[in-house]
Design a protein around this ligand. Structure first.
Ligand code: RP5
Length: 165
């Protein structure tokens, strides 16, 4: 059975950005579960979800959180699944608080941290992890890269024609 991806967010206020993650996972046909779950406000639920995630059929867990963003770290502490952290720009420090809280994990408990509000890359990294053992996903990823490359080439052609006149 194909592995699912969990998308956890610390608050529903994260959803507008995290919709990007969900949309890309859906575009690739990946089964997802999305939850509002907080390391601070619902610590028991976060711990239980992480502890049971592997046996519940998940392959990767994405955690988005802002401010003192501990969700990804707490989840990573309770699972051997790869955990991807998205630091959210939700406070006075423009996301730098969440970036440091997410990326600066102590040794032994890694969290693969994407950029502040890096919702698309979190989804793509999760898909790349699943694609290690899934040729169909690997082909879809290669096609996506090809299409991105073609878009940039087209933009360059347009620029050249504007510059030349
Ligand atoms: C974090 O605090 C959430 O992930 C969110 O980014 C931020 C603000 O949450 P709310 O006060 O909007 O619920 O826990």
């Amino acid at each position: 059975m194909e592995k699912k991806v969990a998308v956890l967010m610390g608050s529903d206020s994260d959803l507008p950005v995290i919709k990007g993650t969900i949309n890309i996972l859906k575009e690739f046909g990946i089964e997802i579960e999305a939850h509002v779950m907080s390391a601070h406000r619902t610590p028991k639920q976060a711990m239980e979800f992480a502890t049971n995630a592997k046996s519940n059929g998940f392959g990767v867990i994405i955690c988005a959180a802002g401010k003192a963003a501990h969700l990804a770290g707490v989840v990573a502490a309770h699972t051997i699944l790869p955990v991807i952290g998205i630091p959210m720009n939700s406070g006075a420090l423009d996301g730098l608080d969440a970036l440091l809280s997410t990326v600066q994990m102590p040794k032994g408990i890694p969290v693969a941290t994407v950029a502040i509000d890096g919702s698309d890359n979190a989804a793509l990294l999760a898909i790349q992890i699943l694609a290690v053992n899934n040729e169909e996903l690997a082909k879809k990823l290669a096609a996506k890269k090809e299409s991105m490359s073609n878009e940039v080439i087209e933009k360059d052609k347009k620029l050249q024609s504007q510059l030349i006149g």
